[in-house]
Design a protein around this ligand. Sequence first.
Ligand SMILES: [Zn+2]
Length: 149
Amino acid sequence: MLHKSFNKGLHRLIKKVEWPMYVINVDQSHKCKCLNHQANTGNVNCPYCLGSGYKIKIRKIMGVKQPYESKFKMSTELDNLVTTYYFDQKYAPIKKGDYIVMNDEIDVIRLTRNFRSDSGDTQFIEAPAVLKKYDNQIFLENFHRIVGE
Ligand SMILES: [Zn+2]
């Protein structure tokens, strides 16, 4: 169990080293019209969903990006994790399948864990992620058009 003092220390650390980045929330309860139902994928050229196949919401948030440390290996599927992000709980929801874009690097969140204090309030989201491998150029072109940067 994590102690409150540890959470406080972590909170201070995160505030010191956090950096602006974008989270792209993928809302799997709202399909984009480009969704291919057989393959369960979107059209990579779709300007609305960035190829995710579902409705997206882009937010600029603050977070910490760290190399992934394999302390809690959960399955072989997670062996190629490269990055772990930390976010203040106030930026929730951040969940599996969401994208993080920072300096034109795109990561896909593979799972999330919450850090809780002894009193039970969740304070942080830990989010191991992998690099997005395919169709990144068209993704970034549409992304920049949406955010206007
Ligand atoms: Zn779409």
